[in-house]
Write a protein that binds this ligand. Structure first.
Ligand SMILES: Nc1ncnc2c1ncn2[C@@H]1O[C@H](COP(=O)(O)OP(=O)(O)O)[C@@H](O)[C@H]1O
Ligand SMILES: [Mg+2]
Length: 260
C-alpha cells in the first residue's frame, strides 16, 4: 500500500449466496483525489459503496482507511472516521428543512452530548455556533443558501440531491462516496452538480469515490477511473485511456447485459 493512500480496497469480494457481486476488487483513493468507479447496471458499484460504508461485511479481502483495517467497525461509527456518502435514491428527511437535514450530517465528534446541550453549557453553545457556521458555509458553497428554511421534500430533485451532498459534507469528511449522483437528473441539474462538485474540490480537502453509470459525467470530474463488470475490475487508468479501452466499450455497448 502506498503511504499516501487514504482508502485501500484489497482483493475485496462480496458474495450473496452463489452470486459474486464483487470478485477480488482492488483499488485505492488518495487524499483529495476524485476517483470514478464506472460499470454497467448490476456490475457491483452500489455493493462496493455498501461495503465501504460498512453496511455489508465483505466475504473476503480487506478495506483500510488511513492504513486502519475497517473490519468490525459498526456502520454508525463510519462518519466519525471520515467517510460519508450519498445514496442512489435520495434519502432526506422530507418534512424537515434543508438546514435541519444538513445538521443531521454532523457527527458525534462535532455534537455535544445531550446533557451539556440541554444545560446550555458554554461548550455546547460554542459547538452550536460552529455547527451553524459550518451549515451556512456548506449551503453557500452548494448554492443552497436561499433554500435553508425550505422543507426538503418540496424542493426540485436537483436541489434535494445537492442537500444530500451538503449533509455528507458538513462533518468535514476525508472521503465522500457518491452513488450515481446524476441518476434521474436533467441536463441542467447535472451541470449544476458538476459545478458544485468543482467548487467543493477547490474549497475543501476532501476525496471522492464517484460511482456512476453516466460516462460523460465521470469524464468531466475524475482524475482516475476504475471499471467494474460482473463484479470484477476490467480496466483502470486515466479517463481518456479508459474510454478507449476495448473491454470498456464492449461492456458498455456490447451485448450480454440485461439493462436494469
Ligand atoms: N443484498 C443483496 N442480496 C442479493 N443480491 C444483491 C444484493 N445487493 C446487490 N445484489 C446483486 O449484486 C449485483 C450487483 O448489484 P449492485 O451493486 O447494486 O450493482 P450496480 O450498483 O453496479 O448497478 C446484482 O446482480 C444485484 O442483484
Ligand atoms: Mg447501483
Amino acid at each position: 500500500m502506498n503511504t499516501s493512500t487514504l482508502l485501500s480496497v484489497d482483493d475485496v469480494s462480496m458474495h450473496f449466496g452463489g452470486l459474486r457481486a464483487l470478485d477480488g476488487v482492488t483499488l485505492e483513493v488518495r487524499p483529495q483525489q476524485v476517483v470514478g468507479l464506472i460499470g454497467p447496471n448490476g456490475s457491483g458499484k452500489s455493493t462496493l459503496i455498501n461495503v465501504l460504508s460498512r453496511i455489508y461485511e465483505p466475504t473476503g479481502g480487506m478495506v483500510r482507511l488511513g492504513g486502519r483495517d475497517m473490519a468490525g467497525i459498526p456502520v454508525s461509527a463510519v462518519p466519525s472516521l471520515g467517510i460519508t456518502r450519498t445514496f442512489q435514491n435520495v434519502r432526506l428527511f422530507p418534512t424537515m428543512t434543508v438546514r435541519d437535514n444538513l445538521r443531521m450530517g454532523t457527527t458525534s465528534a462535532t455534537r455535544s452530548g445531550f446533557l451539556s446541550a440541554g444545560l446550555k453549557l458554554p461548550s455546547a453553545r460554542r459547538e452550536e455556533a460552529q455547527i451553524q457556521t459550518q451549515v451556512e458555509e456548506i449551503a453557500q458553497l452548494l448554492g443552497l443558501e436561499t433554500q435553508l428554511d425550505r422543507v426538503a421534500g418540496d424542493l426540485p430533485y436537483g436541489l434535494q440531491k445537492l442537500t444530500e451532498l451538503g449533509r455528507a459534507l458538513v462533518s468535514s469528511p476525508m472521503l465522500i462516496l457518491l452513488d450515481e449522483p446524476v441518476a434521474g437528473m436533467n441536463p441542467s441539474e447535472k451541470q449544476a452538480l458538476v459545478a458544485a462538485l468543482k467548487r467543493v474540490r477547490a474549497a475543501r480537502s476532501v476525496a471522492f469515490l464517484l460511482v456512476e453509470h453516466d460516462m460523460v459525467f465521470v469524464m468531466s470530474l475524475c482524475e482516475y477511473l476504475y471499471v467494474l463488470n460482473f463484479g470484477k475490475l476490467i480496466a483502470q487508468g486515466l479517463p481518456e485511456a479508459v474510454r478507449a479501452h476495448p473491454g470498456v466499450i464492449e461492456a458498455y455497448l456490447g451485448g450480454g447485459h440485461a439493462a436494469h
